[in-house]
Design a protein around this ligand. Sequence first.
Ligand code: ZN
Ligand code: ZN
Length: 407
Amino acid sequence: MIVCDGMGDRADRAREFQTPLSVAKKANMDALARDGSIGLIDPVAPGVRPGSDVAHLAILGYDPCKFYTGRGGLEAAGAGLRLYQGDVAFRCNFATVDAKMVVKDRRAGRRIEGRDELAEAVSEMRLSDPSAAFEFVPTVEHRAVMILRGKGLSRKVSDTDPHKEGIPILRSIAEDEERASRRTAEILNEFTEKSFKVLSNHKINAERAERGLLPANIILSRGPGTLPPVELLGRKYCIDAACIAVAPIVRGICRVAGMRLIEVQGATGGLDTDFKAKVSAAVQAMKRHDLVFLHIKAADVASHDGDFEKKTWVIEKIDEAMAQVIESVDLAKDYIVLTSDHATPVAFRDHSEDPVPVLVAGPDFDISGITKFSERTAATGNLGRLLALHLMPIMMNRLGKVEKFGF
Ligand code: ZN
Ligand code: ZN
């Protein structure tokens, strides 16, 4: 199952109703479309603009309306942290504030020398409530994850990160009437204040000041989340599933789903990723696993940049890499699914509610006979229009992994 993040697009009048997928030279995808079934999928439902987190839950067959429990938990899982039921995880930034708590730089200059030492000082802080504890782990550059642990916590609290510079940090407040939410907000505020005290007085920040650098003097938190209570994919369908992905949020979801993560050299999660190495690793992994999930982020990156040509180039690179799929995968025996988690139209520069093309080829799928794979041709395809949520059960049925409903 190949998911090209943000590959779907929207016909643009200014471009004669073409899209990167419709103009890209992609003989391999087109051949698979012709020899398989094509259609459209709605990531969540018609009219819903999804985040990649929500969209990936759906693609893996988990109803996001039921199982989406915030970004933080998935992000923590993606960073390789162990999360337990009841924990609340936050995405954090080292940031710079002045004495009035006005945010000067949400990233404290991004690359922070001595960051791990600063993180250690944060980890040594103690909360006044002895029944609550936290784990603080730096991830990439100025980013970190914080996990609150203890009884009676809730993810229904607001961010302390104002998401903007030039305004004061925010006090976290409860987003519902529950006591757990009020308590969690209080703990988060205490954590934030203490981080300012500890970091402001840290010798690394004194050194930074001497060198004219911004101090990394506070931890801002956002996106609280808990572990989604999903049934592991392996248990649900009795399969052995693996995943190839770099984006932390996708890695997090795959880990939560119990999939084995396969690392690929040269995979970066960006435009400079090694497309061939990723596809090749996926083809190899098909020999050992019932399901191999391959995530490629690059098309979404080009889309957010609003770069039509770059996005077209990404699709062509993916197609080139897919020559290995055509060569090595026996469609009389194995299945290929190619789709996008959501559309990210280049003209819109963000995720949209548009349905995205999907292609399914394998032993018992009809052939579409359509020789081109695009948003427009997919709308006339033999697979019709489905919800992303239904893709996994359909595939698992074909693999004989689902019991009949009823007698
Ligand atoms: Zn996405
Ligand atoms: Zn995106």
